[in-house]
Design a protein around this ligand. Structure first.
Ligand code: NAD
Length: 290
């Protein structure tokens, strides 16, 4: 397939490299990032997109996505598909899908989970919003870049799934960390706490698969000085998107709101920037109730 790939940073770079390895012709554009081996360097986003059957974007935020889409949609041939894999606000995803549809193109919002490791290994999970036809066109590419693609519904449904998932993740990570800090103060051994909770009703991915306490459970960023992993500022980005969506949809999300406030303080005032999001545990350890 002829693919245009715009945004070849930490995630986009290895995703594009996997498409090349699978035999696809990829034309790439990025403002700063180098082209992965085998990706043809285009002089502009428009050049990367022209003649492509599928254009994939992997960009920092919704404003940049809207600007790039406004530029490239006109250059794409009718029937081709614009597939955004960035994590952006639901409104931007829907606006871009509408602009693409008006131009006679298919459009998908297909954010990912799995991080940089998943992008390199080709084991991402894609959460996809958009038409059946567009999903069918891009599915073979999802199979190369990932291990699973779930068609979640119409435009915006992929972003909705992503932010709902990460709102749960942010809240459960905080709950897990504060419970460990309480256990410490009650004199409960962390390993015993893990043995109980990981097989009781308090279990979760945060506890069982990504335990925030060093030396306990499977290997996680806690065992590596809380080097990310999934950085606290990326969790904060997704939590903010969840609250932006909740605001727009008039949904009551008090836990999501509190998780957003705690990660905001952690990242902006408490040295959490650049740390894994599970470093909430040392944060709680240091604190008392006041
Ligand atoms: P990144 O900053 O490494 O990459 C983004 C790239 O976009 C950069 O190379 C930048 O130069 C390029 N870019 C910015 N504006 C551009 C423009 N106008 N035209 C062309 N290129 C432009 O970020 P990343 O970690 O690769 O993340 C990309 C997206 O994936 C984000 O939306 C992020 O939230 C999401 N995401 C990241 C992770 C992760 O673990 N890093 C996990 C899941 C989802």
């Amino acid at each position: 397939m002829k693919i245009g790939f715009i945004g070849l940073g930490n995630m986009g770079g290895p995703m594009a490299a996997n498409l090349v390895r699978a035999g696809h012709a990829v034309s790439g554009f990025d403002l700063t990032a180098p082209m992965p081996e085998g990706v043809r360097k285009a002089a502009s986003a428009t050049e990367a997109a022209s003649g492509a059957e599928v254009v994939i974007t992997m960009l920092p935020n919704g404003a940049i996505l809207r600007a790039v889409a406004a530029e490239v949609v006109a250059a794409m041939s009718s029937g081709s598909v614009f597939c955004d894999c960035s994590t952006v606000d639901v409104e931007s995803a829907r606006a871009v899908a509408e602009a693409a549809a008006t131009a006679g193109l298919g459009a998908l919002d297909a954010p990912v989970s799995g991080g940089i490791g998943g992008a390199a290994a080709g084991t991402l999970t894609f959460m996809v919003g958009g038409s059946e036809t567009a999903f069918a066109t891009v599915s073979p590419l999802f199979d190369i870049m990932g291990q699973k693609a779930v068609h979640c519904g119409a435009a915006g449904a992929g972003q909705a799934a992503k932010i709902c998932n990460n709102m749960i993740l942010g809240a459960t990570m905080i709950a897990t960390c504060e419970a460990f800090a309480l256990a410490d103060k009650l004199g409960l051994d962390r390993a015993r706490m893990f043995d109980v909770v990981s097989t009781s009703s308090g279990y979760s991915w945060s506890m069982n698969a990504y335990c925030p306490a060093p030396g306990i459970g499977p290997q996680s960023p806690a065992d590596n000085g809380y080097k990310p992993g999934f950085a606290a500022e990326l969790m904060l980005k997704d939590l903010r998107l969840s609250q932006q969506a909740a605001e727009a949809a008039d949904a009551d999300t008090p836990m999501g709101q509190l998780a957003t406030a705690l990660y905001t303080r952690f990242v902006e005032e408490e040295g959490g920037k650049g740390m894994d999001f599970s470093a909430m545990l040392p944060r709680f350890e240091k604190r008392g109730r006041g």
